[in-house]
Design a protein around this ligand. Structure first.
Ligand code: C2E
Ligand code: CA
Ligand code: CA
Ligand code: CA
Length: 265
């Protein structure tokens, strides 16, 4: 009824106001977070079929003075919508390239994968921004891998193709992250210079007990092989999962079984 509708409105208003306030506070904090050195890059190891670490994925964390350690899922969308992701994304790239340079100085050839957001990729100067950071760091560009997701690839694929091609000519590699969770994946594989497929952890989680998930994982690996792409399985938490994925000829593995994202020092 009208009456209860009105009551509902009164009931929800303070909550909504509180949410709005919190969002404003987050946004204000996010603006200052880079300057205040509140961001940290955590690294999760990626291993090969022998269990040797071959590289890492860079995953950002926000150490908030009041809210504690905030996971990227709760602030990346805000960073995207406010445009702050441009500076934050460049910072993560710089950190990752610096880390690759450190590895190289120690005689270790380890790669680092960095997540790219849609807002970064859409910029006309995306390729210039990335190549400047890579060139300034002095690293071997083939040690940098950029992760993009299907969901950020909608319109203007030709534009994206040109940017990725320019960067891949420098030696930078690309992976399609969260593979299988979007649509038109195959179309993107046909059009874009991809090197790696990352099987989303939602398929890996129960693939040993769910026949459908097993079939999907098996099919993704077979298709990747046929297209000369490498395959990374995400979210590997158990030894049995690892062994079964090795048997399916998956190339690389990430997950809590090998290490949670953590600071490298
Ligand atoms: P993602 O790229 O799909 O990263 C994988 C997520 O799965 C990470 O969450 C990682 O900590 C988590 N994970 C890894 N292994 C396991 C496992 O065995 N089990 C389970 N349950 N989870 C596992 P995280 O670090 O919270 O990052 C969440 C998302 O935030 C990332 O998903 C990525 O989309 C985004 N993100 C993180 N760092 C950045 C960044 O620097 N830039 C951008 N644009 N996005 C980022
Ligand atoms: Ca990723
Ligand atoms: Ca992923
Ligand atoms: Ca994800």
């Amino acid at each position: 009824s009208k009456e209860s509708g009105r009551n509902q409105l009164f009931f929800f208003e303070p909550q909504m106001q509180q949410k709005l306030k919190q969002r404003q506070k987050m946004e204000q904090g996010l603006k200052q977070a880079l300057a205040n050195e509140q961001f940290h890059v955590y690294y999760q190891p990626k291993v090969n079929t022998l269990g040797h670490v071959v590289g890492y994925e860079a995953l950002i964390r926000w150490q908030h003075p009041e809210f504690g350690l905030i996971s990227p899922d709760s602030f990346i969308p805000l960073a995207e919508s406010t445009g702050l992701i441009i500076d934050i994304g460049s910072w993560v790239l710089e950190q990752a390239c610096e880390q690759i340079a450190k590895f190289s100085a120690q005689g270790e050839s380890l790669s680092i994968a960095v997540n790219v957001s849609q807002r970064q990729l859409t910029r006309t100067d995306f390729a210039e921004l990335v190549s400047t950071i890579v060139v300034n760091s002095g690293i071997d560009p083939s040690l940098l891998e950029l992760e993009i997701t299907e969901s950020m690839l909608n319109d203007d694929l030709e534009n994206t193709r040109q940017k990725l091609t320019a960067l891949s000519q420098l030696g930078i590699t690309f992976s399609l992250d969260d593979f299988g969770t979007g649509y038109s994946s195959l179309y993107y594989l046909q059009k874009l210079p991809m090197n790696v497929l990352k099987i989303d952890q939602s398929f890996v989680r129960e693939f040993l007990t769910q026949e459908t998930d097993y079939a999907i994982v098996k099919t993704i690996v077979a298709m990747a092989k046929a297209l000369s792409l490498k395959v990374v399985a995400e979210g590997v938490e158990e030894q049995e999962q690892y062994e079964a994925l090795v048997a399916l000829e998956c190339d690389f593995f990430q997950g809590y079984l090998f290490g949670k994202p953590s600071p490298l020092s």
